[in-house]
Design a protein around this ligand. Structure first.
Ligand SMILES: [Zn+2]
Length: 433
């Protein structure tokens, strides 16, 4: 990427440092020497200086639900373009989903993703392996071999694991290896070809509705298995009030259960589907107001641990076949900060410190990654945000190959302007440095 360069010494001057993991919130200078956060006294006169007055400096943002599409679907996205989009969106770490072609069900595939992402150099990637061979839902993978290769968790995302016996074996494996299962909660016989939330908008359009029970019933089954086996369990893209109640109860019972919510489920309701724009089609679908409110409240009370994008690029051709036939999924890496700020901060519900926690410390704890901090002697992994920048989303200018965004044309406030990873500094074009 042309706007990124390596520097032996970097000084970020005058930013408001918000670091929820260590309770830090102050205006100060931060120096990075040889890729490590250093005391200001060690900085040479030749350091690269970033003037960050009015900006926020925080630990690098983390997104644990991203589809990078490689191997096999590089017409939609590549590891290079996807991680570049993540960097432009302020993320320094993303976990990628294994529904590629072939799926990440073999150690070699996991190693390939790690190698391609290291070569791309835009952000750190943690590959998620499949739960079952070929994502077919019949036979669990070799957990030990995949963990050895570098898998950070397991998921058949795109599909839920429906078979009770298979899922029970997966839970036992997760418990044995002390690793995490991430479930895309959907029973296909209940969702039964639904294309949008089964509600007034679907009825008005005459479109098949997607029954929220398909999500809730699988969470119920899984929490029961979690209780019996002790395997760690994470609900992907939770979207209904009832589903959230199930997680809330499980947490009250001290079960190893966590949950994530997508940025779009915090801001949009199924009314956004009213004009049948395929860029508002995703699984789980946009829900009514009471579910959106429940998602927001669940972040505030800690039932939901973190925010993700479920960045799921498709080509314009794939998406331009009408709402009924278009594949579900939207891009989100480059709009997440602005969308979350709109939903949680500009709505008056939370402040930047809380939002940053849901995008750094929260997801790090779910995947048991060492939380990144702004402390000295720590390898630099930092994000710069201009909290007052007002901008208009222009999908044509996305770094991602994907253009399918329900936020295209929307005005947002809050823009990631740079990231630091070790010696590498990326600055958004025209953001100054
Ligand atoms: Zn999913």
């Amino acid at each position: 990427m042309t706007h990124s360069a390596e520097h032996a010494a970097i000084v970020i001057r005058g930013a408001r440092i918000i670091d929820p993991s260590i309770g830090r919130d102050e205006v100060a200078d931060v120096a990075i020497v040889d890729g490590v956060i250093a005391g200001a006294a060690r900085v040479s006169a030749r350091a690269h200086v970033v003037s960050a007055d009015g900006w926020i400096l925080c630990p690098g943002l983390i997104d644990i639900h991203v589809h990078l599409r490689e191997p096999g679907q590089t017409h939609k996205e590549t590891i290079k373009t996807g991680t570049a989009a993540a960097c432009a969106g302020g993320f320094t770490f993303v976990a990628c989903m294994p529904n590629t072609a072939p799926p990440l069900d073999h150690p070699d595939a996991v190693r390939l993703v790690l190698e391609l992402s290291r070569n791309a150099g835009h952000c750190t990637v943690g590959p998620i392996a499949t739960i079952t061979q070929g994502r077919a839902g019949r036979e669990v993978v070799d957990f030990a071999a995949l963990l050895q290769a570098g898998a950070i968790a397991f998921s058949d995302d795109g599909d839920g694991v429906e078979d009770d016996k298979v899922m029970r074996t997966a839970f036992e494996q997760a418990a044995t290896h002390d690793t995490l299962l991430i479930q895309h909660c959907e029973y296909k016989e209940i969702s039964a070809g639904g294309v949008m939330h089964a509600g007034s908008v679907a009825r008005r359009l005459g479109f098949p509705g997607l029954d929220p029970r398909s999500e809730e019933a699988m969470i119920e089954r899984d929490i029961d298995l979690c209780r019996k086996t002790g395997g760690r369990y994470h609900v992907a893209h939770i979207s209904t009030a009832k589903a959230i109640d199930l997680v809330r109860t499980a947490k009250a019972d001290d079960l190893p259960v966590s949950a994530e919510v997508c940025a779009h489920h915090l801001l949009l309701t199924d009314e956004a589907c009213a004009d049948a724009n395929p860029n508002t089609k995703m699984h789980p679908p946009l829900r009514p107001n009471n579910d959106v409110d429940a998602c927001r409240s669940a972040l505030l009370d800690g039932t939901i641990d973190c925010i993700v994008t479920d960045h799921a690029p498709h080509t314009r051709e794939e998406k331009s076949v009408g709402f009924l036939k278009a594949p579900p999924g939207i891009v989100g890496l480059e709009t997440s900060v602005g969308v979350c700020a709109e939903a949680m901060i500009r709505s008056g519900l939370a402040d930047w410190s809380a939002l940053i926690k849901w995008m750094t410390d929260g997801p790090a704890r779910v995947i048991r990654r060492q939380p990144v901090t702004t402390d000295v002697d720590v390898p630099a992994e930092l994000t710069l945000i201009d909290p007052t920048a007002t901008w208009t989303v222009d999908a044509e200018r996305f770094v991602s190959k994907g253009r399918c965004s329900p936020f295209d044309g929307m005005n947002l406030t809050g823009l990631p302007v740079g990231t630091v990873r070790g010696r590498r500094l990326y600055m958004r074009p025209a953001a100054g440095s």
